[in-house]
Design a protein around this ligand. Structure first.
Ligand SMILES: C[S@@+](CC[C@H](N)C(=O)[O-])C[C@H]1O[C@@H](n2cnc3c(N)ncnc32)[C@H](O)[C@@H]1O
Length: 281
């Protein structure tokens, strides 16, 4: 059975790139992430992944194609897991959550309040394909709307993640969003996969990304300290380079060598690989 999808904008359509990447990862004999729920969702919706040649191209082997998507999700999952262990009263916000079932990978205690936020058209699909535990909340809103946070508690520590969201926010909207979040919660952590100016250029011009290129509006940034300068109270707490991830050992010899060489330099790692930035507030 397939689900009829509404006409999505390129930004909304991008959820199938990450969901598809995790689904394909779960089909590997030794997956990086192993999110079988992602595969069930793609199958239930009947989504045609050939809309994203980056996932279906024969130019790269199956592990190379999903490495970034799967390992960055795993890295963000781990960060949330660690936070909620220390703060069982925490609020988790997944910004631009798409149809990601991160909550089921992290498996937080029921005392944690989990909020998945995405456009109303996207969030409307979540109950059709994902379980809805009592402590899970879907917020259907444009993150640039000044009121979307009103329903979230203001007195609990928050861990906020955004996986694949940044390219679809203008720089002004990104900064306004961060200021709104930091002003709302008493303390917490914020983490997202960053995009350098080169990564943004690639997203806009790579043939494999044509389905979403029209939604890319962020210019990207190369200095991880840049958000600290526009958001009072935000402090860079860590930068994770996927070129240094243990999972690199499971890549093809050529890519493994490239990652190992790049891993020596933060600048080169930022240029060629995925980077997860973590801030405290
Ligand atoms: C690349 S997808 C990632 C989805 C999900 N995080 C994942 O890893 O599968 C980016 C998501 O951000 C959402 N998004 C982009 N701009 C947004 C906005 N202004 N408000 C709410 N959601 C937004 C899109 O609808 C899309 O689901």
């Amino acid at each position: 059975m397939s689900i009829t999808l509404p006409a999505f904008t390129p930004a909304q359509e991008s959820l199938f790139l990450t969901l598809g990447g995790r689904a394909l990862d779960s089909r590997l004999p030794r997956p990086f992430l192993g999110d079988t729920m992602a595969d069930e969702i793609i199958t239930k919706i009947g989504y045609d992944l050939s809309k994203f040649p980056a996932l279906t191209t024969k130019m790269f082997d199956s592990r190379t194609k999903v490495f970034d998507i799967a390992v960055r999700a795993k890295t963000l999952d781990e960060l949330v897991r660690r936070f909620v262990i220390h703060h069982p009263d925490a609020v988790v916000l997944d910004l631009g959550a798409g149809l990601d079932g991160r909550m089921f990978r992290v498996d937080p205690p029921p005392t944690v309040g989990w909020y998945d936020v995405d456009f109303a058209e996207v969030v409307a699909l979540r109950p059709q394909v994902l379980p809805q535990p009592i402590n899970a909340h879907n917020i259907g809103a444009d993150l640039t709307d000044p009121d979307w946070l009103n329903g979230a508690p203001t007195d609990r520590p928050a861990v906020i993640v955004a996986d694949g969201l940044i390219p679809f926010l203008t720089q002004d909207d990104f900064v306004t969003l961060l200021n709104r979040l930091i002003g709302h919660f008493p303390s917490g952590e914020l983490a997202f996969n960053a995009y350098t100016t080169y990564a943004i250029w690639t997203l806009k011009h790579a043939r494999g990304m044509a389905a979403i290129a029209g939604g890319v509006v962020n210019p990207g940034f190369n200095d991880p300290h840049q958000p600290e300068r526009s958001v009072d109270g935000l402090k860079l707490a860590g930068e994770t380079f996927l070129t240094r991830a243990p999972e690199v050992a499971e890549l093809s010899p050529m890519l493994r060598l490239t990652c190992r060489l790049a891993a020596r330099s933060p600048t080169v790692s930022r240029l060629i690989g995925t980077v997860i930035l973590r801030y405290r507030f």
